[in-house]
Each structure stands twice: as C-alpha cells, then as structure tokens.
Design a protein around this ligand. Sequence first.
Ligand code: NDP
Length: 398
Amino acid sequence: MAKVLIIGAGGVGTVVAHKCAQNPQVFTEIVLASRTRSKCEAIARAIGSDNITTDSVDADSVPQLVELFKRHNPDIVINVALPYQDLTIMDACLECGVNYLDTANYEPKDEAHFEYSWQWAYKEKFEKAGLTAILGCGFDPGVSGVFTAYAAKHHFSEMEYLDIVDCNAGNHGKAFATNFNPEINIREITQNGRYYQDGKWVTTGPLEIHKPLTYPNIGARESYLLYHEELESLVKNYPSIKRARFWMTFGQEYLTHLRVIQNIGMARIDEIDYNGMKIVPLQFLKAVLPNPQDLGENYHGETSIGCRISGVDKKGEHLTYYIYNNCSHEEAYRETGMQAVSYTTGVPAMIGAMMFLTGKWNKPGVHNVEEFDPDPFMEQLSLQGLPWHEVLNLDLEV
Ligand code: NDP
C-alpha cells in the first residue's frame, strides 16, 4: 500500500498522474492537488481510474501544505508545480514526515538563478528525519544524470568529457510557443551560458556558442550551449570529469521571437506599474502565449535527449559513448494527451517515486539522481515508454 501525492496539474503533472495510474501495483492511492482544483478534476476524469482523488493547495504556503499532508497522509510527494515551491514543499515534508521528489531545482521568483545550494542545505534535516528527497528527476535534469551514472557503472573507469544534448525536432504549428511553463523556460534560455572546464565554471553570453550536432533519426540541428542545473551535481559526483556542457536545439523562428520578446522588455521579471497595478512582464506574457498543455494535438516529430561521453573504459582504453532516448510527440499525446516534453519529464518522475516506494532508491538525505543505482531505473525507463539506446566508439562531434 503506497499513497502518492502529486502537486501541480500542468503538462508534467498530467503525465505523472497518468503514469502512476498505469502502475496501481505500486501507487495504490493517488492524490492530485494544485492551485486550481478544477484542473486536477479534469485530469482525474480523463484517466478515469477510481484510485485518484483531488484537492487544492497554494504550495507557496507551508501551513496549507501541512494541512494537505495531514488530510491525505502520503508516503511521497511528487512536486511538479513550479521551482519556486520546492523549499516550501520540502519544509512541509519535514514537518509531516513525508518523502520528496522534484524535477527542477529551487529558484527564487525575483532572480533567475539556478543552483542546488538551497536544497542541498536540507540534507542533514532529511537525514535526521529518516526521509529521502530525490532532486531533479525529470529528463534533464533526471534521466541525463541516470544515463551518466549508468555509463560510469558499466562502461567507464574515468569519464573525462560529458556533453548532454537535447534536441526537440517537433513542430507544433504555432509561430511561437514554449514546451513547458513559458516563464520558467524563458528565464532559463535568456541566462548567460555556463560550462565546466578544468575545475572552473566558464561563462558565455546567452546562446553565444553553437554548432550543428547530428541527432539519431532526426539529422543535424543547430545546438546552443546553455547552463543546465544537472551540470553542478554531475561534476561534483564525478570528479574525473574535465569538461561538462549542455546543448539544446532551437529553430531560427523561435530565436527571432525570443530576441524581440527581450528587446521590447517582455522577458523582464521585475515588477512594473501598469494602470496603477503591479505586473511582471514575463508573467503577463505567459498569460497570452499558447498553453504548453494545448500543444499536443498537432505536435509532430520527436525529441532526442542523451549524453555523449568520452574517457577511459574499464580496460584502460579510450572510449567514446552515446546514450539517448527518442520520444515521439504523437505517441506521447495518444497515451496521455500531452506532448513529448511533458511526457519525457513526467515518466521519469513517476519512475523515481516508484524506485523509492519499492525500496530501491530509499536513502535518507537529499540526493541527486546519479547517487542511486541506475540499473532498476533504466529497466523501468524501457518498460514505461522511454526506451534508450547506446552507441560505442563513434564520432561524438563535440
Ligand atoms: P505548468 O505551468 O504547465 O504547470 C505547473 C502547475 O503548477 C500548474 O498546474 C500550476 O497551477 C501549479 N502551480 C503553480 N504554482 C502553484 C502554487 N503556488 N501552488 C500550487 N500549485 C501551483 O508547468 P509544467 O507542467 O510544464 O512544468 C512543471 C515542472 O516541471 C516545472 O517545475 C518545470 O520546471 C519542470 N520541468 C522539468 C523538466 C525536466 O526535464 N527536468 C522539463 C520540463 C519541465 P495553475 O494551473 O493554477 O497555474
């Protein structure tokens, strides 16, 4: 008997709810709670399973979360609200003795700043409480870390160069839309780039470094160097890594829109006065952009996300290695009503919770995914809709 509480009823929350419902042997009871209860009810109706109940909560409020936890008494919370709520939910978990999992690191609302320090600071408290917190268990961060742990366990004695490559070759037919929460997405992409080299972080201008990379079943796509949060934990957990970078593809149309949005001030995250009201331009923009949850119906093509690694193999020889998953937007939509970006995030979040509830990833403290055994997770990835592939001794192009 295990009860899961999912917080957040957006694109990712919808997929997590579907996938938990498909695994009733692990998730015997599911509670879906979010700020807007009607969204939770619509998801529960679409799934049509009788082990899902819904509730509402403002996850910025620890007292409201504590009341929610006391009402439902879950074994684990899957936090797929926004990164702003990570710390309040972790506080409530400590107060009520509930285990925790999320897919994005904490960000303060008034500063687009990505680092794990705020959440790593909870390590001792979770350890003392005998509770497990699993951080960053979507695809990237998430599967990118599990892929790296799998490479370290099965192929490398020393990993030296790591490049995480994320391609969305899908087409949703809109002039401009983001694939997950627009506010979070635009904050991430308009940041300076950053990568790790020889023990130091190197900063670049936003999207300054780019090159074409070839993705399986897709072909060459211009790929841009971004900072991504899993780099921070991976270089800490694998000190042999000399260089770690993250690349993401963008089309020209997307980049042109993004540049205009920035140039006209719509990407600002500070408050401005509008007709006597305080508004944040980026939050206003989110209200007029297409909802990522509505993109799925006409989305074609696939995503391809993986890790390209080189270093020394178990026999002491040089090895180049690529491990990846391709996911079809159409298939994701057919199964869950959501596109592949939500799907590739929600499936690993469900598997992470499954790993905890089945005792495979049960380790009190606060941990990033690569700190656990990758094998049982990798086995489930293939079974739960995200099959993966490995290629050895190839040109990594990076
Ligand atoms: P959405 O914006 O679609 O959904 C967010 C949900 O959280 C909404 O239902 C929203 O409620 C709810 N929410 C927001 N604030 C609160 C609050 N204070 N209290 C309760 N509920 C709240 O986002 P996505 O589903 O696209 O993304 C969810 C998370 O997944 C984000 O943190 C994102 O960063 C992460 N992500 C991670 C990826 C990875 O690979 N690791 C990739 C993609 C996303 P309402 O509907 O009322 O606004």
